[in-house]
Design a protein around this ligand. Structure first.
Ligand code: HDE
Length: 698
């Protein structure tokens, strides 16, 4: 039923009559400009003054309301994960999972559930860059028919700490330092490594953080993980433990460190733009949802604890069962209303899903509701459209700031007998379909009551850190060793790098030696391990390089042209890239275009100075002799080729472009081709063998 505020008054013929018509939402439509009280504004250019050159009058309610509202446009940014980008989409379940969960969204094959997904970096502020070395948040809100379920995960399957009580310390240590307010969005500084080197439980996560996982190519190419063990509950109350995985259709892809640094300079919004443009052009990002399912006996037999969020269960030990897909097919209409105001909370679960006793998860169940109150200012934040369930919701909670609902009648308490009197008595609890908590094991009794303690196997901080190391390719190991070297090289506290190295010796002696060598310091004595690590079989699924897909789908190819370039050659490359599913992007010294050999003008998508090769996955350089000669004097052109080579990308070039390649130090290898079919094949890959010829790695 509409309320008065749902109507706007329009003037009828001659302005004497008034009729009410349903209004659009606030700020929608293109009719008359009004104040927030609906008063039409006659002049939105000039404030009210006393005379043409006189003072502005306090009486100007149009001005005051406008400035007052503007002054309050910002809300507190998220303390972590402040910088994010989001989109709408759907989740589609492939098969009925009724045998393991009664969760409504998993019952009917092919059924789609709307979702809203927000990706984020962790450490930087809302205005920081998209491509620092950082963990990425991967938060999914499922608007199911039985309420909202938030799966609030990251792109790394483990976390820094084992107990929620350490989270404020972690975040204080990693964010900009308290006195100097830098560095923004990065962990390469004293306080982070001081803290991390004193916290051996961070070691496994540090290995992931120092790997290519934290410098992703695109938000479309990250995996997502629920991290904690959860429980799935079937209709009979049967319980299955579950770990959630999101697998990107395009495969996992990352950048190189040098590339990530240069991306920061090229485009602060690289990931946000990439996600928006992909959806805008119909290339909808897609992930499959995978489950690792196990029971108590399986968990009890593992040499590590499934309640410990610093541990994974390797896919080779317990396969991931793919049960559905998620497609992001709609950009937000308004960043603030949706991306900024969305309020995720791991405590939002639906019947059929339950928590585990993971002590990190348990702490999160408190934190998010609390944080939303402070960010959004009211306990009614669930009424904001992006947060409201899409199924009916009703209870006896009332009032509070920004209450949008207008409940009728007297029933704001329960039990009540108002219905007996012919009044609406309001909703009632339902033992049959309502959420019930899994009883679980009486662990407190078994293990000795209330204690500030951790379970025994949590003390093994190194076995899985070593598993990660042994599962990587040679290039990836070199990246990990080099990142540790880089980050520790930024630490001014002398005691910290040796302390970190002493920990790393427990992971792998070679890693520790390489980092010590990279820093140019002595290898310290090994730190005593709280629990001796044991050997685990490598998990090939953990390597990005070994699992990269040879494809141009979702990737961009930069095509550098200049005056005199051959139009037929350009067309052929554009067509071949498109045919392979890639996006060709024409780059020229002037954005207005280049005058081709046949006298025609080809418009450019990007100007050379603003379109360096790091924003592409491969490059083609199509130049005439004259064009090449001109570009030899253009640093941006030389750098274009040099960085493409240094970032291990394919370079296809016309014969006349060779002098530019020579000047850029491009040496012949399998990734340097002519413009024929070989180029498109090469463009699907990175040329890892080239890496040690272009830079020294630890
Ligand atoms: Fe969060 N985390 N977190 N976190 N987290 C927040 O909630 C917190 C943790 C994650 O796109 C905050 O709305 C505690 C693990 C994501 O809006 C806050 C602990 C994982 C996002 C908060 C953790 C995450 C957040 C800040 C330790 C991966 C962004 C603003 C017990 C499984 C969601 C907000 C979005 C956001 C608390 C640990 C993921 C303060 C106390 C582990 C993806 O409530």
């Amino acid at each position: 039923m509409a309320t008065n505020s749902d109507f706007e008054t329009t003037r009828g013929n001659g302005g004497e009559t008034h009729q009410q018509v349903p209004a659009k939402g606030p700020h929608e439509g293109s009719g008359h400009l009004t104040t927030n009280q609906g008063i039409r504004v006659s002049d939105n250019q000039n404030s009210l003054k006393s005379g043409a050159r006189g003072p502005t009058l306090l009486e100007d309610f149009v001005l005051r309301e406008k400035i007052f509202h503007f002054d309050h446009e910002r809300i507190p940014e998220r303390i972590v994960h402040a910088r994010g980008s989001a989109a709408h989409g759907f989740f589609e379940v492939y098969e009925s999972l009724a045998d393991i969960t009664k969760a409504d969204l998993f019952q009917r094959p092919g059924e789609k559930t709307p979702v809203f997904v927000r990706f984020s970096t962790v450490a930087g502020g809302a205005g920081s860059v998209d491509t620092p070395r950082d963990v990425r948040g991967f938060a999914v809100k499922f608007y199911t028919q039985e309420g909202n379920w938030d799966l609030v995960g990251n792109n790394i399957p483990v976390f820094f700490i084992q107990d929620a009580i350490k989270f404020p310390d972690l975040v204080h240590a990693v964010k900009m330092e308290a006195d100097r307010a830098y560095p923004q969005a990065g962990s390469a500084h004293d306080t982070f490594w001081d803290w991390a080197s004193l916290m051996p439980e961070t070691t496994h996560m540090l290995m992931w953080a120092m790997s290519d996982r934290t410098i992703p190519r695109s938000l479309r190419t990250i995996e997502g993980f629920g991290i904690h063990t959860f429980q799935l509950v079937d209709a009979k109350g049967g319980v299955t433990f579950c770990k959630f995985h999101w697998k990107p259709k395009l495969g996992v892809q990352s950048t190189l460190w040098d590339e990530a640094l240069k991306l920061q300079a090229a485009d602060n919004d690289y990931h946000r733009r990439d996600l928006f443009e992909a959806i805008d052009t119909g290339n909808f990002p897609e992930w499959e949802l995978g489950l690792q399912l196990f029971d108590q006996a399986f968990a009890d037999a593992l040499p590590y604890d499934v309640l410990d969020p610093t541990k994974i269960i390797p896919e080779e030990v317990l396969p991931v069962r793919i049960v559905g897909r998620m497609v992001l097919d709609r950009n937000v209409d308004n960043f603030f209303a949706e991306t900024e105001q969305v309020a995720f909370c791991p405590a939002n679960i639906v019947p059929g899903v339950d928590f585990s006793n993971d002590p990190l998860l348990q702490g999160r169940l408190f934190s998010y509701l609390d944080t939303q109150k402070s960010r959004l200012g009211t306990a009614n934040f669930h009424q904001i459209p992006i947060n409201a369930p899409k199924c009916p919701f009703m209870n006896f909670q009332r009032d509070g700031q920004m209450q949008m609902a207008v409940p009728k009648g007297r029933a704001n308490y329960e039990p009540n007998s108002l219905a007996e009197h012919g009044e609406d008595g309001g909703p009632r609890e339902c033992p049959a379909t309502g959420f019930t908590t899994v009883e679980g094991r009486a662990e407190a009794d078994e293990q000795g009551g209330k204690l500030r303690i951790r379970a025994e196997l949590f003390a093994d901080h190194y076995s899985q850190a070593r598993l990660f190391w042994t599962s990587l390719t040679d290039n990836e190991r070199a990246h990990v060793a080099s990142s540790f070297t880089f980050e520790l090289s930024k630490v001014g506290l002398e005691q910290v790098p040796p302390r970190m190295l002493a920990n790393l010796r427990n992971v792998d002696e070679d890693l520790a030696k390489r980092v010590a060598g990279g820093l140019g310091i002595e290898l310290p004595k090994k730190a005593p391990a709280a629990r001796e690590p044991f050997a685990m079989d490598p998990s090939p699924a953990l390597s990005i390089q070994a699992n990269m897909k040879d494809t141009l789908e979702g990737r961009a190819v930069g095509i550098l042209i200049a005056d005199g370039s051959d139009g037929a050659e350009i067309k052929a490359v554009v067509a071949a890239v498109k045919k392979a599913g890639g996006k060709p992007v024409i780059v020229a010294p002037k954005v207005g275009g280049a005058k081709l050999a046949d006298g025609s003008v080809m418009k450019a998508d990007g100007q050379l100075a603003g379109s360096p090769s790091q924003i592409f996955d491969a490059v083609a350089i199509i130049l005439s002799e004259v064009g090449c000669k001109a570009l030899l004097k253009e640093a941006a052109a030389v750098q274009f080729a040099m960085d493409a080579f240094g970032h291990l990308k394919a370079i296809g070039a016309s014969a006349a472009a060779r002098p530019l390649l020579d000047k850029a130090g491009v040496e012949p290898d399998a990734g340097v081709t002519d413009l024929g079919a070989a180029f498109v094949e090469a463009a699907k890959k990175r040329f890892w063998a080239r890496e040690l010829n272009v830079r020294t790695l630890a």
